[in-house]
Structures are given as C-alpha cells and as structure tokens.
Design a protein around this ligand. Structure first.
Ligand SMILES: NC(=O)c1ccc[n+]([C@@H]2O[C@H](COP(=O)([O-])OP(=O)(O)OC[C@H]3O[C@@H](n4cnc5c(N)ncnc54)[C@H](O)[C@@H]3O)[C@@H](O)[C@H]2O)c1
Length: 268
C-alpha cells in the first residue's frame, strides 16, 4: 500500500542510530508520505547520528529531554509551527534503566537510579500525553503509540526494573488514552515488541540468549525493528481508527506460546 500517511504530521521520539525502532519508523513514515519532526534528548543527539535521518526524510530536529515538561512544551509548540497544524501521530520510543546500565541487580537497586529510569522510561509518556492534551495539539482521529515489552506481564529476570517501568507505561496508555478518546477521538496504544538488537536492547544482560530463545519459541520468529515500524505505520494510518487503550503484542506469536518443538528438542 502506498501513501498510507499522506498529509499526516507527527513527532517521532527516540531515533538514536539506524538500529533504533524509531529510526526505521521514521523511514517508513516518510515512504508513506508523512511529515514529521524528529526529537531526542540533547545528549543522545550529540552521541548518535540523527542529522543523517533528518536529511534523508526532510525533517527538522528539535531536542527535548522527555522528562522535562518545559522541553516538551517547546517541542510541541515548535513542531506544530513547523508542520503548520495539529499532529496526526506521535511515537514514544524511549527507554533507559540506570540500574541496568550500572549493573545493579533487581533485588538490590539504587533507588535514585530506579526513579531516574522510571522518569525516562515510563513517566515521560505521561508527560508527553499531558503536554499534547493541554495544548490540544492532536488532530481528531490521530494516533499515539508507545513501545513496550512483555516483561510487563511475565518474568524475564534480566529485564530488571524496566519490567516495572513498562507495566506503568502500559497503564498510562490506558488511563490517559481514555481522556484522549473522549475529548479528541485520539487513540493511544502500546506495541509490545519482540527483543530487537538496538542500543537499548543490547544493554539488557544476556540479550543474545533472550533473542535466540524467543526466535525459537515464536511460530513466526521474532519481529524485527523494520517489522515493528510497519506495524506502527498501520496504527498511525486511518485503517485502525477504532483501536485504542490496547497493548498490542507484536512478537511473532511468542506471547501466547507455552512451548515450541524447537525448544522441546533442546530438552529431549
Ligand atoms: N530493543 C528491544 O529489544 C525492545 C523490545 C521491546 C520494546 N523496546 C522499546 O522500544 C523503544 C525504543 O528502543 P530501541 O530498542 O529502539 O533502542 P534505542 O536505544 O535505539 O532507543 C531508545 C531511545 O530512548 C532515548 N532516550 C533516552 N533517554 C531519553 C530522554 N530523557 N529523553 C528523550 N529520549 C530519551 C534514547 O536517546 C534512544 O534514542 C524503547 O521504549 C524500548 O524499551 C525495545
């Protein structure tokens, strides 16, 4: 299908480098005719190569720390100005655990790190929604998506405090999504994505085991970053107007599996 997002305007958070899910989503959104602003934390913009993506997609970059209401207000004001109107879609593709980065185990975290990780990975979504809501920045029948992982529902030990952050994020999508639906006919959903080799993904201890296990468990195999981008485009398009308050598993079937032949084979 072509031009699924023709004439649509949006903001894409979280493209760090070409492996990022947000990067692939920006490329796909551009292919489908969307116009958007790219944003990331100032330090991440310095570390990554967002300029390359901006050039490729004809987009402007507006730095914003997603934990700062002031930055988010500036971002939404500038983005609507640059794009010349309200927004049709927003992607929140942000995650970071300080405890994971510093090697603190789940059973003995540094609670200051926990708070910071929660602010970045979970509360930031509430802040983004808050600013969009109060600025009435979303177009009717627009779509907001955040990315999550199944450790919100099931135990994956090395996912550490990100499991709790994702559970919070998914709850925010439902709770704030109600008000967005009621007041603006805007939908809010989370996509629960397979393990994906990105900077954030590779930061999880034992990631190789993680990704290989789910590949063997899922009847369709793991969903790649590009697959995730395509699914996200469908949620931004007018083909999914009545989907809201959902946590949508995009994982090749992993979330409903008990065991697969491939995994059984390893134990027989
Ligand atoms: N990679 C996986 O295995 C996987 C699986 C399921 C869900 N996810 C989720 O997908 C999303 C995108 O992650 P990714 O895998 O593409 O990795 P990534 O490392 O490429 O993206 C994470 C992004 O978060 C941004 N970020 C961190 N702190 C920020 C802040 N204060 N303000 C604004 N942005 C900030 C980073 O700069 C980076 O661009 C995350 O929510 C992640 O939890 C990833």
């Amino acid at each position: 299908m072509q031009d699924l997002l023709k004439g649509k305007k949006g903001i894409i958070f979280g493209a760090l480098n070409e492996n990022s899910i947000a990067w692939k989503t920006a490329e796909k959104a551009n292919e489908q005719g969307a116009e958007f602003v790219l944003t990331n934390a100032p330090a991440s913009i310095r570390m990554g190569n967002l300029e390359v993506l901006a050039k490729k997609t004809g987009s402007q970059i507006i730095p914003a720390d997603a934990t700062s209401i002031e930055d988010l207000e500036n971002l939404v004001e500038k983005a609507t100005e640059i794009l010349g109107g309200k927004l049709d879609f927003v992607l929140h593709s942000i995650g970071m655990s300080v405890n994971v980065r510093k090697g603190k185990p789940y059973t003995d975290p540094n609670y200051e790190y926990s708070k910071k990780g929660w602010d970045v990975s979970a509360l930031s979504f509430h802040k983004v929604l808050n600013v969009l809501y109060h600025k009435k920045a979303m177009q009717n029948w627009g779509s907001i998506v955040a990315l999550t992982y199944m450790a919100a529902q099931r135990v994956f030990p090395d996912y550490n405090d990100m499991a709790d952050n994702k559970a919070y994020l998914e709850s925010v999508a439902r709770s704030f999504g109600y008000y967005f639906g009621r007041d603006f006919k805007v939908r809010v959903n989370t996509i629960s994505q397979s393990p994906t080799p990105t900077t954030a993904g590779n930061g999880v201890k034992g990631f190789d085991g993680f990704i290989n296990f789910s590949e063997k468990m899922s009847p369709l195999g793991n969903a790649s970053a590009t697959d995730c981008a395509e699914y996200t485009i469908s949620l931004f398009s007018d083909l999914t107007k009545k989907v809201t308050l959902q946590n949508l598993f995009h994982d090749g079937g992993f979330s409903n599996m008990g065991v697969s032949d491939a995994i059984m084979g390893k134990f027989e």
